[in-house]
Each structure stands twice: as C-alpha cells, then as structure tokens.
Design a binder for this molecule. Sequence first.
Ligand SMILES: Cc1cc2nc3c(=O)[nH]c(=O)nc-3n(C[C@H](O)[C@H](O)[C@H](O)COP(=O)(O)OP(=O)(O)OC[C@H]3O[C@@H](n4cnc5c(N)ncnc54)[C@H](O)[C@@H]3O)c2cc1C
Length: 386
Amino acid sequence: MFSGFYEEIHDEFREVVREFVTREVAPHYKQWDEAHLMPRSLWEAAAENGLLGLAVGEDHGGMGLTDYRFRMIIDEELARADALAVALAFHLHDDWVLPAVLQFGTEEQKQTWLPRFVDGSFVTSVAFTEPGAGSDLRGVRTKAEKNDDGSWRLNGQKTFIGNGISGDGSLVLALTDPDKAHTGGGHSLFLVEKQDNPGYKPGRQLPKMGLRASDTAELFFDDVHVPAANLIGEEGRGLEYAKAILPQGRLAVAAAAVVVAEVSLHQTLDYVRDRRAFGHAVAEFQNTRFQLAELSSGLEAAQRQVAAAVEQFNAGDLNLVAASRAKLHAGDFAKGAVDTCLQLHGGYGYILEYPVAQAYLAVRLLTIFGGTNEILKETIAKDLLS
Ligand SMILES: Cc1cc2nc3c(=O)[nH]c(=O)nc-3n(C[C@H](O)[C@H](O)[C@H](O)COP(=O)(O)OP(=O)(O)OC[C@H]3O[C@@H](n4cnc5c(N)ncnc54)[C@H](O)[C@@H]3O)c2cc1C
C-alpha cells in the first residue's frame, strides 16, 4: 500500500506474519498446491501466532484487532510468498463467518465459538451457494425443519464451499419457511458443526483453475441434527444477516485485489529489469515503461479507494454500496493489471512456476466470488437511482 497507510503499530505484527509465512507456509506451499489441500497444522500454527479471529475481543480469547489493516498485512505477506490460497482460506474464516457471530451471535454462542475461532480448533466455512442458487440467495433450497424440542433437521446441498473439506463447521444459509422464500423472511442462518454429525458430508473437491491449495468442495447435509443453540440471530432473518456481513466480505476481496496487483507489479519490475531482448533490458522499451506507469497510477487509485473503505470500516460505517464500489474497481483493476504483468513476462508468464501465472489464475476469482461484478453494478445502480 502507499506510504502512510500503515502506522508504527502495524510493524511488529507484520514481523510476526512474515516470520510465520517464511517458516510455516513458503517451504510447503508447492506441495499443498499439488495436493489441493493444506494441512490442519497450518491453522494451528497460524493460531499460535495470533493470526486467526483477529477481531475477537480479549474477553473471548482474542486480541481485538478490529483495524482492518491487520487483516491486510496477512494478505500482503502471503501474496509476497505467492501463497494466495492460504489468504483465501483465512479470509473465509475471518471475514465471513466471524462477523456473523460477532454481530448476531448471543453471548453464549460467542463464549462457545469465539475462543475456538482464535485457537484454530474450529476452522469454518461459509455455505451459502448451492447448485441452483448463487447470486440470488433467495433461491437457496437447503431446508432446516424445526423439531418439537426446538432443534433443527438440515437437508440439502451446497457447492463451491471453501474450507468445505478441511473445516470443522459451516455458516449455513437454509430455508426455514418455504412460503416466505421469495419475500425475504424464509431463510435463517445456522452455525453447523461437523463433529458427531455423520450427515454432515463434504463431497467432491472441485478442481479450481487457481488457488488450488485451498479446498473448495460440495457439501451435503443429510438429516443433520442442529441444536436450537446453533441458530444465529432470529429465525427468518438469514438473508438480512447475510447482507449485513457483505460489506466486510467485499472489502476483503477489494483489499486482496490491490495486494495481488501490487505484488505482481513489483515482481514485474524486477523481471523487466533483468530480461534482455534486442540488446536492451525489456524495461528500456517505451511500451514497457508506459505500461508500468499506467499500472502504477491505476494501482494508486485503486489503493486509495480501498484505503477509504478501510477507514470507513474501521469507523464502523462501511456500507454495502461503498464496499461494492471498492470491490468492483479493485477486482477489475487487478484482473487487467496482472494480465499486463503476465504479458511483460513473455512466455515465462504463462509458466505456472512463475508467480505471475499463479496470480493470473487467482485474480480471475475476484470478479466472481463475494458478488459478481454484475451484482455489484446492480447494487451500485440501485443506490444511484433510488
Ligand atoms: C473458487 C470459488 C470459491 C467460492 N467460495 C465460496 C464459499 O466459500 N462459500 C459460498 O457460499 N460460495 C462460494 N463461491 C460461490 C460464489 O460466491 C458464486 O459463484 C457467485 O456468487 C456467483 O454465483 P453463481 O456461480 O451461481 O453464478 P450465477 O448466479 O448463476 O450467475 C451467472 C452469471 O449471471 C450473472 N447474473 C446473475 N444475476 C444477474 C443479474 N441480476 N443481473 C445481471 N447478471 C446477473 C452473474 O453475474 C454471472 O455472470 C465460490 C465460488 C468460486 C468459483
């Protein structure tokens, strides 16, 4: 990020993250990428270094690092090590599931789960998307039926679930009142635990084009018993809660986008300085210089927009429209920027051993996940025209 974005208090944290990434991630990442899975021990190591559940307060076993810049430092250090899949896995846990518990959980739920979010013993996924419902979550058909004792019976199928295989539990959006499915009050949110629940079945690991070290899977619920205590907030308000956590989720994607673009730009600067053609460094060609200048200028604009969103988030007033704008711009910028960086690498840019090729595959997700660009535009346009 640009100079002045971080303050001195962030330096010490960055040292911890860098040390963690150097020791626990970088030497093993290639192996995880090939296995399409990272080991559980990584979560434990991250927890030991205080990198999970950042926003959890001290009263629930965390450090209360609600300043979003701390989350960005984790992304930055992982991106520098070309380990973006780890960033995605942590992001689902910290930027999607955790905010739902923090914002809508009861004190009892917080006491039960938050210390486990922090100590790495409860790795979570967010299970909203289904084969028949992605952008339009009102189409979610996974059904939760209430038993006489107030507990629930969950049946259905989810797809594209990050940490779906490795996780211990999932924030599930389910239909609780089919009659209200299309008016907004028919869905509820549950935090469902896998342990002792044989009907909670991770399905097929989906072969992603990039970010392969994080597992993304189908998830099946077959008569899963969900205690009444696992309902998040009030019955029927699931879509409302899902919408309420979207600003943080979208900010997280926007932040990751500028991080990846920045890292790719720096890697490209090094590459074009070294690479020679026609008796010159590639950096000397006017086309290269102009492309780099445009990237740098576009990056700063995207970073400033993300920084403004981070400031709003830290002040507690980042709204969905501002987060959508930041994600739309940063995601599009990163996609184009990494493409340009790849082009400047020539043929080597197409080889997966080069970080820019991995980044190219990773950024493609950013305009889809957490709200496609088209949905973001609908959100922004609706606000403009209201
Ligand atoms: C790698 C990966 C990881 C993911 N991780 C998770 C996860 O952990 N948990 C989870 O719940 N989900 C996850 N997702 C799902 C992701 O959020 C959805 O893919 C996304 O929301 C889009 O839904 P869809 O794929 O069903 O596309 P669809 O909704 O079917 O959209 C298809 C196309 O139609 C467009 N479209 C849809 N509606 C409109 C409209 N009103 N106006 C204009 N265009 C429209 C879309 O923009 C898109 O271009 C992940 C997806 C991927 C690929």
